[in-house]
Design a protein around this ligand. Structure first.
Ligand SMILES: [Zn+2]
Ligand SMILES: [Zn+2]
Length: 330
């Protein structure tokens, strides 16, 4: 089956723990925002005293222009003499997966709820090859540091699911986990940033044999699309997930009720339109056998009354705005 989508955009992401001057964070934010917008990029860029964490997309030449600008700009606002090392992860997209380009100043560039845990130097990073090698061993614990809905649509073979709703729950999970503290433990996340803090939280609790995947799943799939990864990789933008070739998913849609990955085709009980809903919502209540929150609301009140199909579901509408083209949700 050939993929007829036209991958004219590049999605790029990076993070860096690199002290930035607190006093100029706001002006720095404005500068980056106007640079990104002037290049026609869309995305979300988090900035803090501890560094930067961003995902954005645009045409390749514009993305590259932005990135060379960034390197100089970060150095100009540095609060230390540290060497700046930026590693960008890139993947193709047939649409722009954000609505606009926004830069936000945050206490933490990834939220563990622990401003005191700032990664200082490289801590037990494994390259993609080393990690791949370790994954084959049978004496290692493989621990996912992501949320339950991310694990659900894809994870490394044999990995443990902490079943957390958000990253800040990870330390609590650890305490109750009963995982062996001395066993060699491999941790991973989407792009690597969560593991930078997770490993500190683990060490604090006495886990002293932990290794993290450098560059995360995105870097792993670049090299091993047919490796130890099973399923797809959730991403926090309108692509929803990427497949093993790092292309936007064709398997999952956004559930119109909860916004999470959905695969169950249904016919809306109110308007008869086709839709794709997640299994959790379907199990939760019959009025979610509908194409939208609007139909669910009306169906719940008057199950006997049919209604006209909506032009577009709320999320499909958002996607259309994001992509700036007639992106069909079906
Ligand atoms: Zn749902
Ligand atoms: Zn409907």
């Amino acid at each position: 089956m050939s993929d007829k989508r036209n991958f004219s955009y590049v999605v790029s992401s990076f993070y860096v723990f690199y002290p930035l001057k607190k006093e100029t964070l706001e002006t720095f934010r404005d500068k980056i925002e106007s640079k990104g917008r002037s290049l026609g990029l869309v995305g979300l860029y988090l900035l803090g005293h501890e560094g930067a964490n961003a995902t954005y997309s645009g045409l390749l030449s514009d993305v590259l222009t932005f990135e060379s600008y960034l390197a100089d700009a970060l150095k100009a606002h540095a609060d230390s003499e540290e060497e700046l090392k930026l590693e960008f992860k890139k993947s193709p997209s047939h649409f722009q997966p954000f609505k606009e380009f926004r830069v936000k100043v945050r206490e933490e560039i990834v939220t563990l709820g622990r401003e005191d845990l700032v990664p200082k130097d490289r801590k037990r990073h494994l390259s993609v090859d080393e990690f791949h090698e370790m994954l084959q061993r049978d004496d290692v614990v493989i621990l996912d540091t992501r949320n339950d809905y991310e694990y659900e649509i894809g994870h490394f073979k044999g990995a443990i699911d902490p079943k957390i709703k958000e990253f800040r729950d990870f330390p609590e999970y650890l305490k109750a986990s009963g995982l062996p503290k001395a066993a060699p433990t491999l941790i991973y996340c989407t792009g690597g940033i969560r593991c930078e803090k997770a490993i500190l939280a683990m060490e604090e609790q006495g886990f002293d044999n932990v290794y993290q995947l450098e560059g995360g799943i995105l870097k792993y799939l670049e090299k091993y699309p047919q490796g130890r990864w099973e399923g797809e990789c959730f991403v926090f933008d309108h692509r929803l997930a990427v497949d093993a070739e790092l292309k936007p998913t064709t398997k999952f849609k956004f559930c119109p009720h909860c916004g999470q990955p959905a695969t169950q085709p249904i016919t809306c009980k109110r308007c008869d339109a086709g839709a794709v809903v997640c299994t959790k919502c379907l199990e939760a209540s019959t009025h979610k056998e509908t194409c939208s929150r609007n139909c669910a609301y009306h169906f719940q009140r008057r199950p006997d009354k049919k209604g006209a199909p909506q032009e577009k579901s709320f999320l499909a509408q958002k996607l259309t705005e994001a992509s700036g083209e007639a992106h069909h949700s079906g």
